[in-house]
Write a protein that binds this ligand. Structure first.
Ligand code: ATP
Ligand code: MG
Length: 590
């Protein structure tokens, strides 16, 4: 499917409305020929011919057609406007759904600002085309043709002289269309870039302030702003070259009319009334000539936007449902990684990963930063597909599952916590909107978040800012943990979820997790040994491979990476235990 076919697939739904509207445009344009014709009759028959009794009838015709044209114009404008809004509604919806279907790779490669421009500025160019440009092109072409026909009926020689400028107009329009195309691509590019810049700076404004980089950002913004202005000006400059040509051609036909027509009246070849009639058709001839450039501009803007939107969404998601997806309402949670490799852009990120977990077990994952821990979990959620080997859940390859079904069975608290600007209750219940407040509170209690939430001014109804602004890092992590648990999933993934909470809170969370354990398979990614030491299986990941695996005791005996890390952290861990026994130091939990 081409970009234009894609556009027409939306327009098709409104074809009856649009055809009706175009039919009304035809009538209105046809009626436009009446008044100049009647004006000629008034001059020749009433003023010069003295047939006074004809006057009321002719005036009534002029008034009647004017009124009818206004009413019909109102109706067709309404039809075009409503069709454009309705069509845009479904187009926006389709683009948004398509964006949601895309995988992580798509979002890694596309900038948020660009995607937002597709849904806003580009959509508006399309709306303008449907609401205005379609009928304007049709109406102007029709008026021009009707004017030519009418002038021909008056006098062939005069008509031929007047349309002598037509080939020149067609040529200029074609030239302008070709010349302006790259400038519109450039405008869209700069608009997206400006959008991305503003979006990133607004969301990252705390970093800008923390580093006192306002001046630097203003300077960068000015460059973006300059780029966008220059792109718009380049299009205007291009356009400026063509405006005088269109004006000249339009005025030339007027000059020809009065020159040639005047001579003909003087010579008696045509009557004065006929010249008045032709003069009345002059605007029908000039207006399209004048509008040709503007409409070519709008048309090119529209084409660019359709192409931009279509090229953004016409990307097949890398992660798709299989042809015959396997659905199982509730997964058990047996998991097996078999010779799993994952490479991205020729970089081997994970290599030959093998491990097996039984449903209800807890797996601790530890390893240096950048070693591939999060990637391992991303593969389990099918955010990316393995490049070799397979991952099985309950004995079935991950790629055979219905994607929605699979992810619905996984509760994930991601390393990079994202909260929506909503209430705390809304954020926790995100994965299960029908959850009762009691269920939300239970999940929050397990995540050790209930205490601090209750102390907030509006409790569970407190609205958190964008990305959870207004909450501490540890508070956000606990809300994200509660959100993962509330879904009651078979598999829970906690990626560094307790890294920002103090050890005392972490131990509360772990005790609570133990109580709900056995029902679900839990993956705990952590840097602190204290977070994972009780796990049934601990995987030590290093450089994309599993370096060691086993229980805490087994790994300590191996005297490898795990044991080294344990001894490094042990002092801290031992101190906490001692403090606890003394009943002394308590860490705050808010
Ligand atoms: P941390 O402890 O800091 O969270 P991690 O063990 O979770 O680290 P990963 O996020 O899994 O590390 O990343 C492992 C490596 O793979 C990193 O070098 C990262 O840059 C790279 N990586 C991960 N995903 C991709 C991807 N889609 N494309 C390219 N590189 C990737
Ligand atoms: Mg990580």
């Amino acid at each position: 499917m081409t970009a234009m076919q894609w556009f027409f697939s939306f327009l098709k739904k409104y074809r009856i409305r649009l055809i009706t509207a175009l039919f009304l445009v035809t009538i209105v344009s046809g009626l436009a020929t009446v008044n100049p014709y009647v004006s000629g009759l008034i001059v020749d028959n009433v003023i010069k011919g003295g047939e006074r009794k004809l006057l009321p009838l002719l005036v009534a015709i002029v008034c009647g057609t004017t009124l009818l044209r206004s009413v019909l114009k109102y109706i067709y404008l309404y039809l075009f406007e409503t069709s454009s809004q309705r069509m845009l509604y479904s187009m926006r919806d389709c683009v948004y759904r398509r964006l949601l279907e895309q995988d992580f790779n798509f979002y890694n490669k596309n900038r948020t600002g660009d995607l937002m421009s597709r849904e806003t500025g580009d959509m508006d160019a399309i709306r303008h085309f449907v609401a205005y440009v379609i009928y304007a092109i049709y109406e102007n072409s029709l008026l021009f043709i009707l004017a030519v026909i009418m002038i021909f009926t008056v006098d062939v020689k005069l008509a031929l002289c007047m349309i002598a400028v037509l080939p020149l107009t067609v040529l200029t329009t074609a030239k302008q269309l070709k010349a302006i195309k790259p400038t519109f691509h450039n405008i869209r590019q700069h608009f997206s870039s400006l959008n991305t810049f503003v979006q990133e700076n607004v969301s990252g404004n705390r970093v800008v302030k923390a580093f006192a980089k306002e001046d630097f950002e203003i300077e960068k913004f000015q460059k973006e702003n300059d780029g966008y202005r220059d792109a718009e000006l380049a299009a205007t400059n291009m356009w400026k070259k063509y405006v005088p040509i269109f004006e000249l051609l339009a005025n030339l036909s007027t000059v020809i009319l009065y020159l040639v027509g005047g001579i003909m009246v003087v010579n008696g070849t045509i009557s004065l009334g006929k010249l008045v009639t032709v003069s009345g058709y002059r605007w029908m001839l000039n207006n399209p000539l004048r509008m040709a450039g503007w409409l070519a501009n709008d048309y090119q803007r529209f084409i660019t936007s359709v192409e931009k939107i279509y090229s953004t969404i016409n990307v097949e998601p890398g992660i798709k449902d299989p042809a015959h997806p396997y659905k199982k309402h509730k997964l058990k949670g047996d998991i097996e990684f078999l010779h799993v490799d994952y490479s991205a852009d020729d970089d081997v990120i994970l290599h030959d990963i093998n491990f097996k977990v039984k449903a209800g077990q807890t797996v601790g994952i530890i390893g240096a930063t950048g070693s591939g821990k999060s990637t391992l979990m991303n593969l389990l959620c099918r955010f990316y597909d393995v490049t070799r080997g397979e991952i099985k859940i309950d004995g079935i390859d991950l790629r055979q599952y219905d994607l929605y079904n699979l992810r619905d069975n996984i509760g994930m608290a991601m390393q990079d916590v994202f909260l929506f600007s909503d209430t705390i209750e809304g954020n926790i219940a995100y994965g299960k909107p029908a959850a009762t407040l009691e269920e939300v509170k239970t999940a929050a209690y397990i995540a050790n978040a209930d205490d601090f939430i209750k102390e907030l001014p509006d409790g569970y109804d407190t609205i958190v800012g964008e990305r959870g602004m207004g909450l501490s890092g540890g508070q956000k992590q606990r809300i994200s943990l509660a959100r993962a648990l509330l879904k009651d999933p078979s598999i829970v993934i906690l990626d560094d979820t307790t890294s920002a909470v103090d050890m005392e809170t972490e131990s509360h969370i772990q005790n609570a997790l133990k109580n709900i354990g056995h029902k679900r398979t839990v993956f705990l990614i952590a840097h602190r040994i204290s977070s994972i030491k009780d796990a049934d299986l601990i995987l030590v990941v290093g450089d994309g491979q599993i370096l060691e695996s086993g229980t805490h005791e087994e790994l300590l005996k191996k005297n490898g990476y795990y044991s080294t890390v344990f001894h490094h952290q042990y002092g801290e861990f031992d101190q906490i235990q001692k403090d606890r026994q003394k009943g002394g130091l308590r860490y705050g939990t808010k």
